[in-house]
Design a binder for this molecule. Sequence first.
Ligand SMILES: *[C@@H]1O[C@H](CO)[C@@H](O)[C@H](O)[C@H]1NC(C)=O
Ligand SMILES: *[C@@H]1O[C@H](CO)[C@@H](O)[C@H](O)[C@H]1NC(C)=O
Ligand SMILES: *[C@@H]1O[C@H](CO)[C@@H](O)[C@H](O)[C@H]1NC(C)=O
Ligand SMILES: *[C@@H]1O[C@H](CO)[C@@H](O)[C@H](O)[C@H]1NC(C)=O
Ligand SMILES: *[C@@H]1O[C@H](CO)[C@@H](O)[C@H](O)[C@H]1NC(C)=O
Ligand SMILES: *[C@@H]1O[C@H](CO)[C@@H](O)[C@H](O)[C@H]1NC(C)=O
Ligand SMILES: *[C@@H]1O[C@H](CO)[C@@H](O)[C@H](O)[C@H]1NC(C)=O
Length: 358
Amino acid sequence: MATKMISILALGLFASPAIAAPVSNAELADPMYGPIPGESPIYSDYYGAAAPFPGNITEPIMPTGSGPAGPDDLLFQNLLAAEWVIFSFYQAGAEIFNESSFTALGVPNTTYQRILEIRNNEAGHLRIFQNQISANSIKPGACKYQFPITGPESFLALSTLIEISSMAFLTGLVQQAQLNSSRGAITAIGEVESRHNTWSLIDIWNVSPFTGPADTVFPYANEILDTTNGFVVPGSCPKNNPPYPYPSQRLPTLTASSNTTSLTPGSQIGLNFSNPENQPTFEQGQDYYVVFFHGVDNVTVPLNPNDLNVIVPTQFETKGVIIAVVADTPGAPTLDSVIAGPGIILEQVPELAVALAT
Ligand SMILES: *[C@@H]1O[C@H](CO)[C@@H](O)[C@H](O)[C@H]1NC(C)=O
Ligand SMILES: *[C@@H]1O[C@H](CO)[C@@H](O)[C@H](O)[C@H]1NC(C)=O
Ligand SMILES: *[C@@H]1O[C@H](CO)[C@@H](O)[C@H](O)[C@H]1NC(C)=O
Ligand SMILES: *[C@@H]1O[C@H](CO)[C@@H](O)[C@H](O)[C@H]1NC(C)=O
Ligand SMILES: *[C@@H]1O[C@H](CO)[C@@H](O)[C@H](O)[C@H]1NC(C)=O
Ligand SMILES: *[C@@H]1O[C@H](CO)[C@@H](O)[C@H](O)[C@H]1NC(C)=O
Ligand SMILES: *[C@@H]1O[C@H](CO)[C@@H](O)[C@H](O)[C@H]1NC(C)=O
């Protein structure tokens, strides 16, 4: 079974065009300004290549109030910064490709249209997250991003990876939310990411869209968000943006070693900490583990730091998403017990079997 790893080869540099905003900060800060998500059709049925609102205004929105931060402001600042990565990815696709790029691959002739529609939904998420942050906190703007897009095929593969990653980090963020309304909003956004992924599983990958009874719950959302920093051009973020994600453990990145041939349950995988400047320290006398999350459960496998080969738990269904971390405690029961990762594995498309490698 062929395994395709996605690795970062920054072949293109894309950023939403920085257009000087003719609108004031006070206008942008007003949730009633501009097209309203759920009311305006631009977040669904706009088919231009140019970025729709608010994706065409990339500066952060500065606070217009001076009181205490809202209870979920930090959560939505992290989520908005992640959304700029995701929106900018689809916006790059909208600008680089056209309908023929995808029909040439033999995928349905609606593919480019769907990419634009997903891009529009992501623009709606930008606005929803801006509006969820109170007037007393900064609403982060866009950085410049680089994505390993080498053609329409790699774009579609990376889009699937981005959707499943979003679904996974939203299961963690919902656990951090203080307000019930935030929990509802995060769930509703996760459902939309899942629709995007369902579309691609059916139309692009030609597989069953079902992933078993539960998608994967992963509690440490910021660890996934941090992996998206691999797409950020270093030093390119607006200087007023808060650190992203916050807080961050800056964990070593975890990928499968290049001789790994399958990522399905029962397969042997080699671990690679692919950033030479950020390697885990394994202490003498301490036991280490790889904890695999799938559905609502996790399974722990002992790790020998001198060997770094482990078997993906055989008891998992070959469906949905498996998330792997290296931990110093079985079950990785606390944030601090995680020492590297996460690596994200999509089981639904065996010939793709994508692992997050940023
Ligand atoms: C941003 O796009 C919206 C439509 O989505 C448009 O009405 C608005 O003029 C654009 N703003 C800027 C600053 O380009
Ligand atoms: C897509 O772009 C290519 C290359 O620029 C062009 O030849 C082709 O006509 C375009 N197709 C459509 C449907 O616009
Ligand atoms: C798209 O494909 C469908 C069938 O798959 C076909 O009926 C339709 O004419 C095609 N549309 C275009 C614009 O090529
Ligand atoms: C959240 O929902 C629960 C259950 O309905 C309710 O008891 C609680 O008061 C709500 N919390 C807030 C802050 O509204
Ligand atoms: C580990 O990752 C690095 C960086 O991507 C790569 O150069 C190296 O070949 C990988 N090692 C293995 C064994 O896969
Ligand atoms: C990959 O190479 C390592 C080091 O040679 C070896 O221990 C491991 O068994 C290999 N893995 C696979 C899946 O062949
Ligand atoms: C993993 O599963 C174990 C056993 O059910 C549980 O104690 C632990 O809290 C789980 N880890 C996380 C991070 O949920």
